[in-house]
Design a protein around this ligand. Structure first.
Ligand code: PXG
Length: 465
């Protein structure tokens, strides 16, 4: 029997957590003083905490719980697979049925020219694979000098040395001596924050052309790949202007640069297609997947590899790369069941035609709030930049993120999980959200915005920069 159970008082559990558990992206001392929120169960789109609060999960866990909590069939599939074959590796010329079935299924639902998968345990691991994969590919093609990978400022591609280097988060680079060599970052297509007086269309083109400038700077013979999220997630749900992706695709094609679409957040229905690449109309050579692949029920990630890339890799002999848990049988079985649910319940069409448009309509209503500078969605992702002056899309005069943090705290108090990135509020709810869930989210978000506004006004924090 477990000695530590949900039945200990909250404060006691918090004290044990603070004493022994190091949290990701967290100030440990600050959290120890405050006490972590303890989530004890979840069902559908609601979380329950140790104090009995029913919290609407506007973030689908961490952008991953696409089919919602409490899926009995997933638990049953995992349990059966654990009894039949809990583990075997895919090294040394072996394979197993769950990984065979999942690979065939992924080949079916990914774009037509992509029929190969290299598995990993997470999105970070998959992006580390991608770095090795694209460099090895160009070496196999007789072009070993093509090593540099171009990414974007404020991108998120994971927390491993490779993933964090590809990412464009300077606060991550500052810790641990990153980025690793031969990674270069260009600007992001964030028209709201960086577009100034330009039209979104002109700004999108300008940011895409930074890729061409970077290629000219180093020389085409040095560049292996460009990596980007179809819609930046952790950076603040940054939806690029319509001109951006077509221009990026043109540049990659014109200069023999592999295009890696990081679909860790956008994949598996979030944008109203199987993959964000389809929503943005691009043709990637590699796609990073994780999160929605298993809806977070168990960890799994991978790289979906286009035929021409896989053929070159296969022709070059051993690819000296692999993880113990490549294609883990229980994770593969869970992924298959998760995909079966997405298909059976028509969740992708639902996001595209029903709940996505309804969320877009209700979310847009928040734009009339005095704190809100913009209110956009794509599929089941939304962004809400806060501002003290709508007409200029101005930033707050005080420390960046102060108002966003306050708003997140108000959301928590009002039983809604809505994240903040700086002074932007973001959502990414389960794809199973009902119209009523959207209504509840909007109601709680508006109440939280009202309280944030009143508090910020009282504290004199509404001055513009
Ligand atoms: N790529 C993208 C686009 C991601 O969003 C990863 C790779 C890394 O995946 P793993 O499975 O290694 O975490 C991610 C993960 C946040 C947040 O604060 C976002 C992620 C992870 C943790 C926090 O929004 N995304």
């Amino acid at each position: 029997m477990n000695v530590i159970s949900n039945h200990l008082p909250t404060a006691e559990l918090q004290a044990i957590d603070a004493a022994h558990h190091m949290h990701p992206f967290t100030d440990g001392n600050e959290l120890a003083a405050k006490g972590a929120r303890i989530i004890t169960r979840a069902n559908g789109v609601y979380l329950t905490d140790s104090e009995g609060h029913q919290i609407l999960d506007g973030m689908a866990g961490l952008w991953c719980m696409n089919v919602g909590y409490g899926r009995e069939s997933i638990a049953q599939v995992a349990s059966r697979q654990m009894m039949e074959l809990p583990y075997y590796n895919t090294f040394f010329q072996t394979t197993h049925v769950p990984v065979i079935a999942l690979s065939a299924k992924l080949a079916e639902i990914t774009p037509e020219h992509m029929n190969h998968v290299f598995y990993a345990g997470s999105g970070s691991e998959a992006n580390d694979t991608n770095i090795r994969l694209v460099r090895h590919y160009w070496a196999a093609m007789g072009k070993p000098s093509k090593k540099i990978i171009i990414s974007r400022k404020n991108a998120y591609h994971g927390s491993t040395m490779g993933g964090a280097s590809l990412g464009g988060m300077t606060s991550m680079h500052e810790q641990g001596g990153l980025p690793i060599p031969d990674i270069y970052h260009i600007g992001q297509p964030d028209w709201y924050a960086e577009g100034g007086d330009m039209s979104p269309e002109d700004f999108g083109l300008m940011r895409a052309r930074e890729l061409e400038a970077a290629i000219a700077l180093f020389g085409e013979n040095k560049i292996a790949a460009f990596i980007a999220e179809p819609v930046q997630g952790a950076g603040g749900v940054i939806i690029p202007p319509e001109t951006y992706w077509p221009e990026i695709q043109r540049i990659c094609d014109a200069h023999e640069i592999l295009l890696i679409a990081d679909e860790v957040i956008c994949g598996f229905g979030r944008t109203g297609n199987w993959f964000g690449s389809q929503t943005m109309g691009i043709r990637p050579d590699i796609m990073t997947i994780a999160k929605g692949l298993t809806s977070g029920y168990i960890p799994m990630g991978g790289s979906i590899v286009a035929d021409h890339v896989a053929e070159a890799i296969n022709a070059a002999g051993d690819f000296n790369h692999g993880y113990t848990y490549n294609g883990h049988p229980v994770a593969a079985a869970v992924a298959l069941e998760n995909i079966r649910i997405i298909e059976e319940e028509g969740l992708i069409a639902r996001v595209r035609d029903d709940i996505g448009p309804y969320l877009a309509k209700r979310w847009a209503e928040l734009a009339d709030h005095p704190l809100v500078g913009d209110a956009k969605t794509v599929g089941m992702m939304g962004t809400l930049p806060l501002t003290p002056d709508k007409s200029r899309r101005a930033a707050f005069a005080g420390k960046e993120g102060t108002i966003g943090y306050r708003c997140r705290e108000r959301c928590f108090a009002n039983d809604l999980v809505m994240r903040h990135v700086g002074d932007r509020m973001i959502i990414s709810p389960p794809l199973t959200f009902s119209h009523e869930d959207v209504d509840t989210l909007i109601e709680r978000a508006r109440k939280s915005l009202d309280e944030t506004y009143a508090g910020a006004k009282a504290d004199g924090l509404l001055k513009a920069r």
